[in-house]
Design a binder for this molecule. Structure first.
Ligand SMILES: [Zn+2]
Length: 111
């Protein structure tokens, strides 16, 4: 059973993920490429615009699972913290939210 709150939260994170996917696309065009790219924190705070810096391979790893997100340390998330990295945390949406997050994953279609 997916609660309205869970759905809203997952949709919020998916919105930031879409913005970050555009940042990733723009980054591919850069010459020379950046070492660490400023992405937007994907926490539960809808007003959050905190930049978090990930390398391209780090970002790709987070995006590898449609239910994982990268957030700034100390920012709100109902997800479970999977990893504490340098300057960001990798969180995984729990059950219901994870399903919504995976359903909204723009990369899921080509899987
Ligand atoms: Zn945040």
């Amino acid at each position: 059973m997916i609660s309205g709150d869970e759905k809203k939260r997952a949709e919020n994170e998916a919105t930031f993920r879409d913005a970050n996917e555009r940042i990733r696309e723009a980054e591919r065009e850069l010459e020379p490429p950046l070492d660490r790219i400023p992405y937007i924190c994907e926490c539960d705070d809808i007003g959050c615009r905190e930049p978090i810096r990930l390398t391209a391979p780090e970002y790709e790893r987070v995006r590898g699972d449609g239910a994982t997100f990268a957030i700034a340390p100390g920012h709100p998330s109902e997800g479970d913290v999977l990893e504490q990295r340098d300057g960001y945390l990798v969180v995984q949406e729990p059950d219901g939210g994870g399903e919504v997050a995976r359903a909204l994953d723009p990369r899921a279609e080509d899987a």
